[in-house]
Unconditional design. Structure first.
Length: 144
């Protein structure tokens, strides 16, 4: 079974050497064999595993969630478990999007209320930020 050094794995996967070491410490990569000189020697599947990790991260999965996905894949678990994890991630993303939309709408209303002239003493944005109820009202109005 051919083995690759950490530098070779890094080049082939596009993942930094320090990141590979971190993933190893975090348990996302199994501890590699060592050469007589102490160099890490990674097995063939390491580059594919690193690419899997990077793709999962781009979809918003945390490293803990990536670990769970890898465990499910390694143990050939039911795909329903993978689907449930992905559905949970999607629900979290959708909730964040709703929160971001409320923030966007509240900020847009505050900007519309401010003509940008005069001192900050009369600035509706500053006043709203100083008054918790005011920002909440703008945010709620935007959500309604």
């Amino acid at each position: 079974m051919p083995k690759a050094t950490i530098g070779g794995v890094a080049r082939a996967s596009g993942v930094a050497v320090e990141t590979i070491r971190y993933y190893e410490r975090a348990g996302l990569l199994p501890a590699p064999a060592r050469s007589a000189g102490g160099y890490r020697l990674f097995p063939d599947g390491t580059v594919a595993r690193l690419r899997f990790i990077q793709r999962a991260k781009r979809l918003g999965f945390t490293l803990d969630e990536v670990q769970r996905l890898l465990s499910l894949a390694d143990n050939r678990a039911a795909s329903s478990e993978v689907r449930a994890l992905a559905a949970e991630k999607l629900a979290g993303i959708e909730a964040r999007l709703r929160d971001l939309q409320r923030m966007r709408d509240a900020l847009a209303h505050l900007i519309a209320d401010c003509d940008g002239h005069g001192s900050t003493a009369g600035c509706p944005i500053i006043q709203a930020l100083a008054d918790d109820d005011e920002v909440a009202t703008h945010g709620q109005a935007a959500a309604d």
